[in-house]
Design a binder for this molecule. Structure first.
Ligand code: 13P
Ligand code: SF4
Length: 306
């Protein structure tokens, strides 16, 4: 009762502040349910980047991880972008060190660098085009016959190489949350729930996505479950997705492929931190002019791919 009262108070204050500051609250599907519920828009990485580029709000409260807020700051330099928890990073994004990338590019002159948005602004500045798990196939197809280096996610890179039948060079990066899922987890869940369809994210290992009935981004998995005539699903992505799945498909059954699919960084945001960010317009995420000018083209090229 007490908690409910506090949450209602917090939500009222957040609503008043969002109006006063002309702010928009964007949240990823992996955010805690209470954050998804107060957001103006909930989406996957691509949808959130599109929203951040299009919004006419003065303030963007980005309920996600650092690279997402940074992309919003690159795309909307005239807006204040705040990340309610400044420690919410993405370990995969930290797996590319800009100097290492420059060395690799020097070894392969002319190679096109396709950079998953889960990367720092400095790394985007060294890349030809960005992609997300929703549009990576189209982005790679848009590059003609050029040699491609795909960074940082090796699992997504291998999946896109298989889909596009192209020889792609990969970076040894991975998402600790998705990489944790093992093939045996899927096989065991299939035994437990033989009628269920297996839906997984391409950040999972190759032997995992090869076992799946459907492989796609977070929004892709939701769309598949909504449109499918099937009633039961095994879900191989971060558990925050269950919030939207249960709202959109209240009669269908969803089983997590593993109980360990939790991204600790995505769970750092809470209602108090959102209120603090709106009240104080901090912690601000910004990008230097120099890096912004160099990195915007990779993001804009991605957004132009239809
Ligand atoms: P999508 O939102 O593109 O599915 O990516 C998942 C992810 O891990 C975001 O950090
Ligand atoms: Fe990074 Fe994985 Fe967390 Fe997404 S789920 S933010 S890729 S660690």
């Amino acid at each position: 009762m007490n908690n409910e009262y506090t949450n209602n108070q917090l939500i009222n204050e957040i609503n008043a502040l969002r109006k006063e500051k002309n702010a928009v609250i964007l949240a990823h599907y992996y955010q805690p349910g209470e954050i998804q519920d107060i957001a103006d828009f909930v989406g996957d990485s691509l949808q959130l980047a599109q929203q951040a580029a299009a919004t006419d709000a003065d303030v963007i409260v980005f309920c996600g991880v650092h690279f997402m807020a940074e992309s919003a700051a690159i795309l909307s330099p005239d807006k204040v972008v705040v990340l309610p928890d400044p420690q919410a990073g993405c370990p995969m994004a930290d797996m590319v060190e800009p100097n290492r990338l420059r060395e690799e590019k020097a070894k392969h002159p002319g190679i096109k660098v396709v950079c998953y948005v889960n990367s720092s602004a400095e790394v985007k500045a060294e890349s030809d085009i960005c992609c997300t798990s929703s549009n990576a196939e189209k982005v790679v197809d848009s590059l003609g016959n050029d040699d491609i280096l795909f960074i940082p996610d090796g699992n997504l890179g291998r999946y896109i190489a298989a889909k596009t039948k192209r020889a792609i060079q990969f970076w040894p990066g991975f998402c600790p949350t998705h990489h944790r899922l093992a093939q045996t987890d899927i096989l065991n869940k299939r035994k437990e729930f033989p009628k269920a369809k297996v839906l997984v994210h391409p950040e999972c290992r190759e032997e995992v996505w090869q076992e799946a009935d459907y492989v796609g981004s977070t929004a892709g998995i939701i769309q598949y479950a909504v449109n499918s005539p099937d009633q039961e699903f095994i879900i191989g992505t971060e558990c925050g997705i269950l919030h939207e799945l249960s709202k959109r498909c209240p009669r269908k059954k969803f089983h997590m492929a593993s109980e360990y699919m939790i991204c600790p960084n995505m769970k750092k945001v809470n209602l108090e931190k959102v209120r603090y960010s709106l009240r104080n317009l901090e912690p601000i995420v910004s990008v230097s002019d120099e890096i912004r000018k160099k990195s915007i083209s990779a993001l804009e090229k991605m957004l132009a791919v239809k």
